[in-house]
Design a protein around this ligand. Structure first.
Ligand SMILES: N[C@@H](CCC(=O)N[C@@H](CS)C(=O)NCC(=O)O)C(=O)O
Length: 206
């Protein structure tokens, strides 16, 4: 299998961190140069029609895109440690936490960065800086919800580390680097403590 990634991009990093948690080796990593538009080449579009990474090419030639779908596939192949839930209830609550992180943190951060950062101009054309700025404000508002959640539980989906922590962590690291977003500076100490605790995991360096 081959995993198409782009360095510093948050979605491929989610898959790489998921793989690191499960100690998965043997999947070749293939860099796609987004700045050079390699993801829009005919060869890559044949694999990923929406021109996005990550994409996981299976040994039979089929290609999976969408981070969560790739993780579902890998969870099936490598069930332990479990990151997406054991029974239907567990799965539903973890999916809820993961989608919350995806839709309210990742989407806001991605829009803020894509519409304000000069380094993303090649990917987001035209950029709408005022929209990007409004998304940064939304991100800060939404981060408060996660801070409140983490005042009462250790991890995003409850008492154990799951895929939802990976999604939220990769998002906050992306926002830390390109938006200089810091939970502590926003007064969100529970979110900051969760993030700092997470950096101690080996997978945080994936
Ligand atoms: N919904 C997709 C989003 C994938 C995505 O947006 N990937 C970004 C990198 S993090 C990308 O490939 N961007 C290239 C572009 O927008 O042109 C997923 O969950 O995998």
């Amino acid at each position: 299998m081959q995993l198409y990634i782009a360095p510093r991009a948050p979605n491929p990093r989610r898959v790489q961190m998921f793989m690191a948690e499960k100690n998965i080796s043997g999947i070749a990593l293939v860099n796609v140069d987004l700045n050079q538009g390699e993801h829009r080449s005919a060869a890559f579009l044949a694999k990923s029609p929406q021109a996005k990474v990550p994409a996981l090419e299976l040994d039979d030639g089929r290609v999976l895109t969408e981070t969560r779908a790739i993780c579902t596939y890998l969870e099936g192949l490598y069930p332990e440690p479990n990151l997406m839930g054991h029974d239907f209830e567990d799965k539903a609550f973890i999916e809820m936490a993961d989608r919350r992180a995806e839709w309210t943190l990742l989407l806001g951060a991605a829009n803020a960065i894509r519409h304000t950062h000069p380094g993303l101009a090649a990917l987001e054309s035209p950029q709408f800086p005022a929209f990007g700025q409004s998304q940064l404000e939304k991100l800060k508002e939404n981060a408060k919800v996660f801070d409140r959640i983490l005042q009462n539980q250790t991890w995003m989906a409850g008492p154990r580390f799951t895929i939802a922590d990976i999604t939220a962590f990769c998002t906050l690291e992306f926002a830390r680097g390109l938006l200089k977003f810091s939970p502590a500076q926003e007064g969100l100490q529970a979110l900051q403590n969760w993030r700092d605790r997470l950096t101690e995991r080996d997978s945080a360096r994936a």
